[in-house]
Design a protein around this ligand. Structure first.
Ligand SMILES: *Cc1c(COP(=O)(O)O)cnc(C)c1O
Length: 372
């Protein structure tokens, strides 16, 4: 598909990603930074983002799935790549073949990895996963000694790291996050107790990087923050980050809608007096979510205007009131334009969701344009 002419696109500012990576790196001092590039780098393009981070000598990258790691290897990414999620047994050889770092969330999985590595005559790089309160993958903190002990007895496993994940580091009340950190540190006591060196310890995602400095440990795992987005208040986001993604479209139609005539499916909105309505070629199949109907705003010709009526699969209508707009005029759905700005956080609020879902919902139908 030649989509370079499509009048709806995302602009990805790779220099903003570079800026954010360096800002986080400075913020966490001696801790290392593992940028998370799962889910097509939160919609920003995994190849382009990983390439830039590789140029910056990031120590490693994090993805969720083995397929994502393989895609990065095929894009000439040679950095260590840690697969954070769970994998099934038949995928284990793929990790070894593509030199990807495993997550071992249980003794069983650890043994499967060890056996596969032995038969492949290689050593598997592994991070042990401890569940300190997320109740997702990982061995419970109160049973973790078994996993740590088992790893010592594996012949073809190299334990490079040990990690956990916060359930509520974005909450105003950090009590549960602090409890999770405490549980994690207790598990880590195993190593000094046995006179063994401690592997690389990590637990902090973006919110914890900002809100819980004592959780930085040896390595931090920023996703959202790398892309210049924060879920936390400005007071807590005490680090200068730049939003990397802008989403633009163009006016493709202009009409006057008379008073009382409802707009779009279901007729959920009608003007009280005649008004000018333009159509943008973007809809929920692009990831411009239907929940934004009658709630979101866009910037056209340096003014903010309301989305009116239901967002359709491929088209969205905007009430521009008495303003003028012509076919081809640019509309900003996310990003800055002259005096105004619409953020990913704004869209998340309007759609009653989180910024993560707004970014990762932007579908492959929307072409990305990368700026160095
Ligand atoms: C996605 C993910 C992260 C990144 O989270 P952000 O909140 O985007 O910083 C970190 N760690 C793990 C295990 C993840 O799955």
């Amino acid at each position: 598909m030649n989509d370079t002419q499509r009048p709806t696109w995302c602009e990805i500012d790779l220099s903003a990603i570079e800026h954010n990576y360096l800002a986080i790196d400075a913020h966490v001092g001696s801790s290392q930074v593992m940028p998370i590039v799962k889910a097509d780098a939160y919609g920003h393009g995994h190849r382009q983002v990983a390439q830039r981070l590789q140029e910056l000598n990031a120590p490693c990258l994090g993805v969720a799935y083995v397929e994502e790691g393989i895609a990065l290897r095929k894009a000439d990414i040679t950095l260590p790549i840690h697969v954070l999620g769970g994998a099934v047994e038949r995928q284990i050889p793929l990790f070894l073949e593509h030199d990807l770092t495993f997550t071992a969330p249980s003794v069983d999985k650890l043994h499967q990895i060890d056996e596969a590595a032995q038969s492949a005559k290689t050593e598997a790089k592994v991070h042990l996963k401890i569940d300190t309160g997320m109740e997702r993958i990982g061995v419970h903190h109160y049973n973790a000694d078994n996993l740590l002990q088992a790893a010592l007895n594996c012949r073809s496993i190299k334990v490079e790291g040990i990690f956990s994940h916060f359930a509520s580091a974005d909450a105003p009340d950090l009590q549960f996050a602090r409890l999770q950190l405490e549980r994690f540190l207790e598990v880590l006591d195993f190593y000094p107790r046995h006179d063994l060196p401690t592997p690389v310890r990590h637990i902090a995602n973006s919110s914890a990087i900002l809100a819980l400095p004592e959780a930085h440990l040896d390595l931090v795992r920023p996703g959202l923050l790398i892309y210049g987005v924060s879920q936390l208040t400005e007071a807590v986001t005490n680090i200068n980050i730049k939003a990397a993604l802008s989403w633009r479209s163009e006016v493709v139609y202009f009409k006057v809608v008379e008073a009382g005539n409802p707009v779009s499916y279901g007729g959920t909105w009608a003007p009280t007096e005649a008004t000018r309505v333009v159509t943008l070629p973007v809809g929920y199949a692009d990831g411009y979510r239907r929940a934004l109907s009658n709630r979101a705003q866009v910037i056209i010709n340096n003014q903010k205007h309301n989305v009116v009526g239901r967002v359709c699969m491929d088209q969205t209508m905007i009430d521009i009131g008495n303003s003028s707009a012509y076919n081809g005029d640019q509309a900003t759905l996310i990003g800055s334009s002259a005096d105004h700005r619409i953020t990913v956080e704004d869209l998340a609020e309007w759609a009653d969701t989180i910024p993560y879902e707004i970014l990762t919902a932007i579908t492959a139908r929307v072409p990305r344009r990368w700026q160095p």
